[in-house]
Structure formats: structure tokens, C-alpha cells
Design a protein around this ligand. Structure first.
Ligand code: SAM
Length: 338
């Protein structure tokens, strides 16, 4: 890229303007541009016709994305996918198309636009902007729920190899995935371990999409799907209870309540497996520290240090067994009944 000026003010301006790149990638994902380029380069006019977009504006978007390396601009206003761009194809096995199509949506974008309110008051920005929490908002808006569930599914799929390479889930008989979304993680675990059984537990409108995901993985007959709220009881019968990207969605009081519901059903020799980021030392891991702010403005939770997880576990009747980092940046934080 041409813009290599390293002066602090220039570097800072790049960071300040990062929101522009994020919104450009969102628009490309929402229009399905990467899928339209799956078979090779196409002109911006062709893409505009296929995506039902304004030709001149789309060309401006595409050349900006080419300037930052997501696309490659060739002769005659033709564009191709780069390696980065390939990852926003909806069929890219480890791509993040669903996440890209979620982050720039007005509902999420507006919450981030209200970060100042959260920092001034400690309140959740999403609730301040939309008058309700993310889960109620999505429960009443099927399209928002579908886009979010797909976002979580692509995040899970993009990091699935990292989980199974780092941790042996095959030592369990039945894994209950608490708040397991539409089943993407269970589907991959059940496909990887043929003797494993699963129970998928999430809100009714979320598990409604699970049949397709579990069926496509060929594991539906080994997975029971249960709907409900994890504040009102969690299905018994597992020897491992998995909570991926759940505890970080909630402040301590709610997190304790969810973990206590888990404690009521985890057998004496069973395991609690929380998959979340573990906050590291100062000046490291921007992904975790920005995810923490994402929790502040969106879901209304926070990322935690290992010591904070240990305290939460203890308050819910679990002792911390250990934390296994994965290449995806999340750790498998294991607890056992105390
Ligand atoms: C950040 S998503 C994580 C989904 C999935 N575990 C993953 O990592 O892809 C949080 C999940 O918690 C679920 N959830 C929120 N409130 C819930 C409740 N009261 N009872 C059960 N599930 C809930 C949501 O529907 C959503 O699927």
C-alpha cells in the first residue's frame, strides 16, 4: 500500500478513520460482492447490476476496498478478490462474512456510536439507543436475530479448528452447549467425535434454525435440541457444560446466576467449559480489549482476567481447573464442581 507515512499524527489518523474501512467491508458483505466475485474478476458495472447498486457509488466503494487490500483493482474497472476478500465469501470455510454483515448494521453501529454515553455513565449503549437489551430487541425482530446468529456461526466456524486442536472434547460422553446458538459449535464437535452426544440449549427463536445446521453436518440424530432461558434452569444429562461467548455477555450478577444454574446440573465428575477471551497484561491483545468494549456497548457484559473467572466460578460452586489458550484468541476455561 502506498500510504506508509509513519508519523504519529498520520498513524493516529489511520486509526481514527478505521470506522470507514469497517463500514465499507460491511456494505460489500451486505451486497454479497465477494460471492459475486467467486468465479473471477468482474467489472464494477456488472457487479452493480447484479447487486442492485448505483454503478458510480459502487465503483467508489470497490476502489477504496482495493486500496486497503480487500479487493484488487485491474484494468477497465474490473475487480478481483484478494486473500482478504476471499474471507468474506459466504462459503469460505473459515471466513467471516456473517460477522462482516453484522457489525455495520444500523442497530449495532448506532450502539457503538453511543460509546461516549457508556463511558460517561457506565450504562449499556445499546439499551440507551434502542430502549431495550440486545436479546429482547432481536427476539422481536427475526431478521436482526438471523443476522446475529449467522454472525456468531461464522465466528465459531472461523475458529473451530483452533478449539479442537487445543482441547480434547472427545473425552466427554454428552456435551450440553448452553446458549449454543444455532448449533454451529456442537455440529463441528459431534462431526469430529463420532461417539459424542450433544444437547443444544438456547432461546426458542434461536434453536429454530438448528435443524438445518445439525442436519448439514450429519449429526442431528446425536443431538437433542432444547429451548428455554438459562436463568430458569439448564437441561440435565451432560457430563460437560459448554458456554462459548456467554459469560462475557453478562455482568457478574447475571453470570453468577447462569453458572449456578449450571452447578445444579453438572455431575460431581463433570466439567464446566467456559470459552471466552482471558484478558491479558497491559499493552497487549487489542482484540480482547476491544471485545470488552463491544460487550459494554452491545450485550452489556465484559471480558475478564483469569482471576476474575476464578472468583466467579468460586461464587457459583466451581473451582478453576485451568485455562487452555487457543489460536483463535479465546481460551477454554475449565471448572469442576467444588
Ligand atoms: C454471543 S451468542 C453465542 C452463541 C454461541 N455460543 C456461539 O459462540 O456461537 C450468545 C447466545 O446466548 C443466547 N442467550 C441469550 N440470552 C439467553 C437466555 N436467557 N437463555 C438461553 N440463551 C440465551 C443467545 O440467543 C445467543 O445464542
Amino acid at each position: 500500500m502506498a500510504d506508509q507515512d509513519q508519523r504519529p499524527a498520520v498513524e493516529l489518523r489511520r486509526l481514527v478513520n478505521g470506522y470507514q474501512v469497517s463500514q465499507c467491508i460491511y456494505v460489500a458483505a451486505a451486497l454479497g460482492i465477494a460471492d459475486l466475485l467467486a468465479d473471477g474478476p468482474r467489472s464494477s458495472d456488472e457487479l452493480a447490476a447484479a447487486a442492485d447498486a448505483d454503478p458510480r457509488s459502487l465503483h467508489r466503494l470497490l476502489r477504496a476496498l482495493a486500496a486497503v487490500g480487500v479487493l484488487c483493482e485491474e484494468d477497465d474497472r474490473r475487480f478481483a478478490l484478494t486473500e482478504l476478500g476471499e474471507a468474506i465469501r459466504s462459503d469460505a470455510p473459515e471466513g467471516i462474512a456473517g460477522w462482516a454483515a453484522f457489525v455495520g448494521r444500523p442497530s449495532h453501529w448506532q450502539a457503538w456510536g453511543d460509546l461516549l454515553h457508556s463511558v460517561r455513565t457506565g450504562e449499556n449503549a445499546f439499551r440507551h439507543v434502542h430502549g431495550t437489551d440486545v436479546w429482547s430487541y432481536r427476539a422481536e425482530r427475526p431478521e436482526e436475530s438471523e443476522v446475529f446468529d449467522r454472525a456468531m456461526m461464522t465466528l465459531t466456524r472461523s475458529s473451530n479448528r483452533a478449539f479442537v486442536e487445543a482441547y480434547d472434547f472427545g473425552r466427554f460422553g454428552t456435551i450440553v452447549d448452553v446458549g449454543g446458538g444455532n448449533g454451529a459449535l456442537l455440529a463441528l464437535l459431534l462431526a469430529r467425535y463420532p461417539a459424542l452426544k450433544g444437547v443444544l440449549f438456547d432461546q426458542p427463536h434461536v434453536v429454530a434454525g438448528a435443524g438445518e445446521v445439525l442436519g448439514a453436518a450429519g449429526v442431528a440424530e446425536r443431538c437433542r435440541v432444547v429451548s428455554g432461558s438459562f436463568f430458569d434452569g439448564i437441561p440435565p444429562g451432560g457430563d460437560a457444560y459448554l458456554l462459548k461467548a456467554i459469560i462475557h455477555d453478562w455482568e457478574d450478577a447475571e453470570s453468577r446466576a447462569i453458572l449456578r444454574e449450571c452447578r445444579a446440573v453438572v455431575p460431581d465428575a463433570g466439567a464446566l467449559l467456559v470459552i471466552d477471551r482471558v484478558l491479558g497484561p497491559p499493552n497487549t491483545d487489542p482484540a480482547a480489549k476491544l471485545s470488552d468494549l463491544n460487550m459494554l456497548v452491545a450485550a452489556g457484559g465484559c471480558e475478564r482476567t483469569l482471576e476474575e473467572f476464578e472468583s466467579l466460578f468460586a461464587e457459583a460452586g466451581f473451582r478453576l481447573v485451568g485455562a487452555t489458550p487457543t489460536a483463535a484468541g479465546l481460551s477454554v476455561i475449565e471448572g469442576a464442581p467444588d
